[in-house]
Design a protein around this ligand. Structure first.
Ligand code: GLU
Length: 282
């Protein structure tokens, strides 16, 4: 059965871009007679706030959307993600990384072949790892692309692909060859959260039976690495449809960080949900 989702992180108020994304997914589910899932992606303990989560429900209801309940809140399922990390560890697919953001940035500066190399730092030499562990230093778990390639084998690695029903930033559409190397050895378990975006999102899409991932073009690149994680874990391949990003009057895309035109502000200013839906083409 067709199932899609809207998966916001409660790190700020929703803006028009979110409304467009949620309406695109919700309408697609309606038209297909399928399911619409709302998922709260709140694994970042420092940036996520309960008041932002409450506002997500309020804003989406105001917009006229409805969704399945109960709503999955990722922070309540950290054990699920930890179990995936354990499974990947057992297959040698992840390695401990004690490097700080600064170490990585410094390495980018030094890398002879550019940034691609720096996001694949590789495991620490065993003696360094043992020392850092003994010192009680925090570490992340990174996916090893070298090991993933070995585990899958050359043929499966070269055949990695996903179906894009929209159009990617470089015109990618239809069957797109997945290139996980552009993302590198991504962090699958953060030092502070025990999990990370790519792991939690692919796990939950599989668990919740999501067949169609409809989201903004800003996440197009993520599909490459997410397809690899799904393949390694034997999770189903969803169909992707990345949609255009809305831009404000200044031509810049709406972003959470500048809190441009939040739905709350528009509502307080007297905008009717029907008017916003019409403006966004729904
Ligand atoms: N939680 C992500 C975000 O807020 C979206 C995840 C996704 O749609 O894959 O940007």
């Amino acid at each position: 059965m067709f199932a899609t989702r809207f998966a916001p992180s409660p790190t700020g108020r929703l803006h028009k871009g979110h409304a467009f994304s949620a309406l695109t997914a919700w309408t697609a589910a309606r038209e297909a007679g399928g399911r619409f899932v709302l998922r709260i992606e709140d694994i970042d303990p420092t940036r996520c706030k309960p008041e932002y989560e409450a506002a997500i429900f309020e804003d989406l209801a105001w917009l006229g959307l409805d969704w399945e309940t109960p709503v999955r809140r990722q922070s309540e399922h950290l054990a699920d993600y930890a179990a995936v990390i354990e499974a990947l560890k057992a297959r040698g697919l992840v390695y401990r990384c004690f490097r700080t953001r600064k170490d990585i940035l410094d390495a980018i500066g030094d890398a002879p072949h550019g940034p691609a190399e720096a996001v694949r730092p590789g495991p620490h030499p065993p003696e360094d790892e043992a020392r850092l562990l003994a010192e009680g230093r925090p570490y992340a778990w990174r996916l090893s692309l070298d090991r993933a390639r070995e585990v899958l084998g050359e043929d499966a690695w070269n055949a990695l692909s996903f179906v894009e029903k929209g159009v990617g930033p470089n015109g990618e559409t239809g069957l797109v060859r997945a290139r996980p190397e552009t993302a590198g050895d991504v962090v699958l378990a953060r030092k502070d959260a025990g999990t990370a975006y790519h792991l939690a999102v692919t796990h939950d899409d599989a668990l919740q039976g999501i067949t169609h991932i409809i989201r903004g073009l800003d996440l197009f690149e993520a599909a490459h690495i997410q397809r690899l994680i799904q393949t390694l874990m034997g999770w189903p391949a969803p169909t992707y449809r990345h949609h255009r990003l809305l831009t404000g009057p200044d031509g810049r895309r709406y972003a959470k960080r500048d809190q441009s035109v939040t739905l709350a502000e528009l509502r307080a200013g007297g905008l009717a949900p029907e008017a916003l839906r019409a403006e966004l083409g729904f």
